[in-house]
Design a protein around this ligand. Structure first.
Ligand SMILES: [Mg+2]
Length: 389
């Protein structure tokens, strides 16, 4: 059997970009909406070279993964880039003390190489299933500034705008802090405005201090007919028992497992009846390879899996999964953003206006991830660079 392209070097670039109308709020606090200000973020870009002249590329927003590449580069260099399953197993094992960081990034770049090698988009190599992905508008967290997401009415106004743009669904990330009652009023105000016209989801991102508060909000979501309730409280999404209990007290389906890593804990959590929907993220869960394992495990249990966040790797993954409902367009704000670096040149985009009249986004059709990155921008705005060879 002919060998695939052999990995010769891995480049890790860190680069910065400005987020419009977002201002830093001090140490340990996320930036918030302030008109006319900007905040700086760092993304990372990976380039993996091979002896056949094929280069895999991937840009990602979680800069912490860059550090882990140092640990696993030696397990990837001089390996056959098409042997993803073996590399997945080896890198997963090598990163067991550091939360499996970096495994997903390497896998996604290897899929990009595979697509370029076979001259096919990744979703087609995965088996294909669909080319249009129903999409929900996923909001930023709340803020305290007029013109932003500063009140229940502001969230309802923005929901209406997303509905006008064509979104069939809207997910609220509420304020990261503040009174539970304000969240309840927001859930109800949005449902009153757009309920019945679009699906509504609630993602507390593990903010509620107690299970009792999570139940209280859950009852409001029940009343308003929400589609899912995601990561309610401060166990930080890890207690299967706690969420089994919550499922007994709240009717709205729970969506959990964003904060667990890789296949096995996802399956354990589902079998322990801690969730209704599963979550998978190619960056967090061992790449497209890992996310597909979770999708197939969910399929075997008769459950749905929802893919976390936005970029081309998510689109290819979701396109090849039957048991998945919505692509997440994250994170949208009425007057700030975009949240991730806009470094794709060939027409691909994530953002408020990026959906079609059918409420869907397409899957890139060019080989591999099907996106062309703006390396001029990346190198001009570079703050860190390492090559492993
Ligand atoms: Mg979430």
């Amino acid at each position: 059997m002919p060998k695939g392209p052999i990995v010769t070097a891995i480049e890790v670039h860190e680069f910065t970009f400005d987020v419009r109308n977002m201002a830093p709020q001090g140490r340990g606090v996320l930036p918030q909406y302030v008109k006319g200000e900007k905040s700086q973020r760092t993304n990372i870009a990976l380039r993996v070279h091979t002896d056949q002249g094929i280069t895999g590329e991937y840009v990602n927003s979680r800069v912490i993964d860059a550090a882990a590449i140092r640990l696993i580069a030696d397990l990837v260099i001089e390996r056959d880039a098409l042997e993803r399953e073996k590399i997945y197993a080896d890198t997963k094992w090598a990163t067991q003390q550091i939360g499996r960081l970096g495994v997903g990034l390497i896998d996604i770049v290897l899929w990009d190489i595979a697509g370029k090698y076979h001259n096919a988009p990744i979703y087609q190599l995965l088996g294909g299933h669909r080319r249009r992905l129903p999409t929900y508008a996923s909001t930023w967290n709340g803020d305290d500034t007029q013109g932003g997401l500063s009140s229940p009415e502001a969230y309802a106004d923005f929901a209406e705008r997303c509905l006008d743009v064509g979104y069939p669904a809207y997910k609220i990330h509420p304020w990261r802090h503040g009174p539970v009652q304000r969240d309840i009023e927001t859930a109800l105000a949005v449902a009153e405005r757009v309920g019945g016209k679009m699906e509504l989801m609630w993602d507390a991102a593990c903010k509620y201090e107690t299970l009792a508060d999570a139940v209280k909000v859950g009852h409001a979501l029940d009343e308003a007919g929400y589609y899912w309730y995601e990561d309610p409280y401060k166990d930080t999404g890890m207690s299967a028992f706690g969420h089994k209990k919550l499922r007994q007290l709240v009717k709205t389906p729970l969506l959990m497992t964003e904060f667990l890593r890789m296949l096995e804990p996802h399956v354990d959590f589902a079998i322990a009846e801690g969730t209704d929907f599963l979550r998978a993220d190619p960056d967090f869960d061992g790449g497209i390879t890992g996310a597909m394992k979770i999708a197939h495990a969910a399929e075997g249990l008769g459950l749905d899996v929802e893919i976390h966040a936005s970029n081309a790797s998510r689109r290819h993954t979701m396109a090849a999964i039957r048991n998945s409902n919505y692509y997440e367009m994250a994170l949208l704000h009425p007057d700030a953003g975009p949240h991730d670096a806009q470094v794709v040149l060939n027409g691909y985009g994530d953002g408020l206006e990026a959906i079609g009249p059918d409420g869907c986004v397409p899957v890139p059709e060019a080989p591999g991830l099907g996106v062309e990155y703006d390396w001029d921008y990346i190198t001009k705005n570079r703050t860190g660079f390492v090559v492993y060879e």
